[in-house]
Design a protein around this ligand. Structure first.
Ligand code: SF4
Length: 368
């Protein structure tokens, strides 16, 4: 039986909806977080036949920092009564800057969390405004200081670039602040105007301008150069870590290891099957209470799909893919790849065009 090494828990609650966000998020100030975490445990029990040997646990959202840390303490205790979590090396939680106080971070550290991922999104007030965020730059600095003071040494900051009106100089100014912050990891995401978001709607109607392709390419190069100069390893297309601080949980995704996702809209990959939970919280609760798995989508990957799926995730990383899986790089793609030993990986130009390159490879694979 395959071994599941990663557990993802989706906390769908948010205090407001960000205009660029296409995640499932539920705005309900009265939501019962304790009940939800209990249902997550009930869901886990429906997978008792799986061989869970967890290395990582990741609480993502939504906004996991809306939940009282005491509920996480109860959750982790109950989880450890049910499965062995003694070999877990990394427990991460995504936090918004305005939620937790020093005692909350301290408590999280005490109960076993050892990695914070802070959704700062921008280090410019104009940037936060353009992204519709309700916190300030000061909140970001403060949250980083508190988490660090509470004993978190492994801290990620999420930053979004390519937001409306952002210039290269603005980005440069944000990046220049990073050296003062206690960070071991940075995720830089390009703002994508997804159709079903407020920003996506405005963009598709021509009511909102985003930086042009050339500017985006310059921004990406600026980020990569600056962070590498600061000693961060560019180990995945959008992710940078000081040596030894790569996110172990995300590395499971990118190396095609098995993981189980629990909660509303969570995804899993177990035993060649990819499956996703319902996005409807009421349905999720009803199904769990009836003792049924809340799975809405399920797909068994055939050999070729599995291989392409592997390409899809592995080419995002610095490790790339084994040459024996793709002995020849097509002529038209050679400028976007580099080789290291027995592996191919995308160079920086390739990283910028990864979606187009993957589409090309996909067509090629399905023709073969
Ligand atoms: S970006 Fe984060 S905080 Fe904002 S709505 Fe989406 S999940 Fe919630």
């Amino acid at each position: 039986m395959k071994v599941v090494k990663g557990l993802y828990i989706h906390i769908p609650f948010c205090s407001y909806k960000c205009p660029y966000c296409d995640f499932v998020s539920i705005i309900d100030p009265g939501a019962d977080h304790e009940e939800y975490l209990d249902l997550i445990l009930e869901e886990l029990k429906l997978y008792k036949d799986l061989n869970l040997r967890l290395k990582t646990i990741y609480f993502g959202g939504g906004t996991p920092s809306l939940v009282n840390p005491r509920f996480y303490a109860v959750f982790l205790k109950k989880l450890s009564d049910f499965i062995d979590i003694s070999r877990v090396e990394e427990i991460s939680i995504e936090c918004n800057p305005e939620n937790y106080k020093l005692e909350d971070y301290r408590f999280l550290r005490e109960i076993g969390f050892n990695r914070i991922s802070l959704g700062g999104q921008s280090l410019r007030e104009e940037g936060l405004k353009a992204l519709g965020r309700h916190h300030s730059v000061r909140d970001v600095y403060n949250a980083l200081r508190l988490a660090h003071k509470a004993g978190f040494e492994n801290i990620n900051l999420d930053i979004i670039y390519g937001y409306p009106s952002q210039t290269l100089k603005d980005l440069q100014q944000e990046i220049s602040q990073l050296k003062y912050l206690p960070l071991t990891h940075l995720s830089f995401y390009l703002l994508t105007p997804y159709e079903d978001t407020q920003i996506g709607q405005l963009y598709s109607k021509g009511l909102l301008e985003l930086p042009k392709e050339d500017t985006i390419a310059d921004m990406y190069n600026l980020i990569c150069d600056a962070l590498e100069a600061m000693g961060f390893l560019h180990y995945e297309i959008s992710n940078f870590a000081l040596p030894g601080y790569e996110c172990k949980h995300n590395l499971l995704y990118w190396t095609h290891e098995e993981f189980l996702g629990l909660g509303v809209s969570a995804w899993s990959f177990v035993g060649d099957v990819r499956f996703g939970n319902t996005r409807n919280i009421k349905l999720y609760k009803d199904l769990i209470k009836e003792g049924k798995k809340p799975v809405e989508y399920q797909e068994k990957l055939e050999e070729r799909e599995k291989l392409f799926d592997y390409f899809f995730v592995a080419l995002r990383t610095r490790r790339g893919i084994e040459k024996n899986l793709l002995p020849e790089i097509p002529e038209s793609l050679r400028d976007f790849f580099e080789e290291e030993g027995d592996r191919w990986r995308l160079n920086r130009r390739g990283m910028l065009l990864i979606n187009e390159i993957l589409l090309y490879l996909k067509d090629m694979f399905y023709i073969l």
